[in-house]
Design a protein around this ligand. Sequence first.
Ligand code: PLP
Length: 266
Amino acid sequence: MKTILTIAGFDPSSGAGITADLMVFRAHGLFGVSCITGLTVQSTLGVRATHPVAAETVRATLDCLWDDVPVDGIKIGMLATAENVSAVAGFLTQVRQERAGIPVVLDPVLRSSSGKDLLEPNGVGLLRERLLRLVDWVTPNLDELVLLSGRSVRERDDVPEAARLLQHDASGLNVLATGGHLPTPDDFVLTADGRMRWLAGARVETRSTHGTGCALSSALLCGLVRGDADAPQAAKDYVAGALRAAVPIGKGRGPVNHLWEMRSSR
Ligand code: PLP
């Protein structure tokens, strides 16, 4: 079984963050290891507080795992602070020197749906300037696409140009932009070679939508590591299934059902 690493925040309600990522990895037949960048105090009713983990602890955890475990891919989610962005950028620089080919997916988690910052404001520019050129894929939702590109995205036709702007200083970057807030929830793919396409989506009527972004980016990494023919489409199909199979948990926006389908390891 291959092993992959998630660098992300802890959500005690398990809809998003590290514990959700590990379920997605398991559902794809992969073994997950993790590095926590911040604790959140949250339930299905929203995020009440965040408590970042010190950047020294993040880097020490990454070094400790990297020295020991043969990591086949990396997913990055909530980073909480600018210092953690720098720590992860330093780690990825080393990863690129030592094992250039392993896939790295960045979910640029900036803010929770309930409105709490999950990356402090001075970390956003750093994420754009340092991390985008060190990863293979970035998976922004529409709000994140606006903040990272500096372009307003009002409708579907605005998405391709905003996605292209993310590639400006990061020529090897592939973009999977999620369109969950568009009238039709299609996702947009822009690959490093400039090819573009839309992945058609159908709206699933459910309140259990917490953690869809984490699930999509983790499933994308799994597809890349497994060598799936069309990893973005496979990830979108997986999230659609997890939304359809969700059972209500909690009083608010419950989690998707990460373990709805167990894909065999390859
Ligand atoms: N908490 C953590 C640790 C996350 O990583 C995320 C999103 O990636 C969230 C909360 C926010 O999830 P949502 O936007 O579904 O509320």
